[in-house]
Design a protein around this ligand. Structure first.
Ligand code: NI
Length: 224
């Protein structure tokens, strides 16, 4: 499931993050990937030892974690520390699938179920730079307002088109979900959203309470 998560950050928060990023050094992003992905990747990345990295990463992770759409769609068991990248001057990232396992800060393996890209540049600031995600329904082209995020299954083939003018700054992260199967996650999300709408229409009627209990019992079945 591809899902647009609007307004994860306010414009003011985006400006503050952009200001801190602009004042600090970036490094070649090829170092942070496996060998196959690295040969297809041309971008810059904020290094993990940057003095602003930990604070900015926490700010992004906290904003996502408290967004109700993200929480419902991802059902995160663990979120890896967000990273920051910048594409400019023809920078791109060719078709690839993200590594299935990443290590958290303590070196513990984390399965990557859901990928998230949070846009920090406005679409008018750069040419190209679309995130293209392939699924069974074809290719999807994503370019969002600064502060908005997209989530997509980490199993999908994806790429970032060359940025031919301006620069595209974004944050991205992987999450391990309580529910490993993407289809089960989607059904839970749809059920949750419909229960929410029914509650608004009907209040906590007997049927709404019953559906809510079905949601929780399904989650209990599927959560790992
Ligand atoms: Ni990727």
């Amino acid at each position: 499931m591809l899902l647009h998560i609007p307004q994860v950050l306010t414009k003011q928060e985006v400006a503050q993050i952009r200001g801190e990023l602009a004042a600090h050094a970036w490094v070649d992003g090829a170092h942070s990937s496996g060998a196959q992905a690295a040969s297809r990747k041309r971008n810059l990345q904020l290094p993990a030892d940057s003095p602003v990295y930990t604070g900015l990463a926490r700010q992004v992770a906290d904003a996502l974690a408290r967004h109700p759409l993200f929480a419902s769609a991802v059902l995160p068991r663990q979120m890896l520390t967000p990273m920051f990248n910048c594409y400019a001057g023809g920078g791109r990232y060719g078709n690839h699938v993200d590594s299935a396992i990443q290590r958290d800060a303590q070196g513990k393996p984390v399965r990557t179920d859901v990928s998230t890209t949070l846009f920090l540049s406005e679409p008018e600031e750069y040419e190209g730079g679309e995130l293209i995600v392939e699924d069974t329904y074809g290719e999807h082209e994503i370019k969002l307002e600064a502060g908005d995020a997209i989530i997509y299954p980490a199993t999908s083939l994806h790429r970032v088109e060359p940025v031919t003018a301006g620069s595209r700054i974004a944050s991205f992260l992987w999450s391990e979900s309580l529910v490993r199967d993407a289809w089960q996650r989607k059904m839970l999300f749809d059920l949750d959203m419909n229960i929410l709408k029914l509650r608004q229409q009907l209040g906590d009627s007997e049927e709404v309470v019953s559906l809510t209990s079905t949601y929780h019992n399904l989650l209990r079945q599927w959560a790992q």
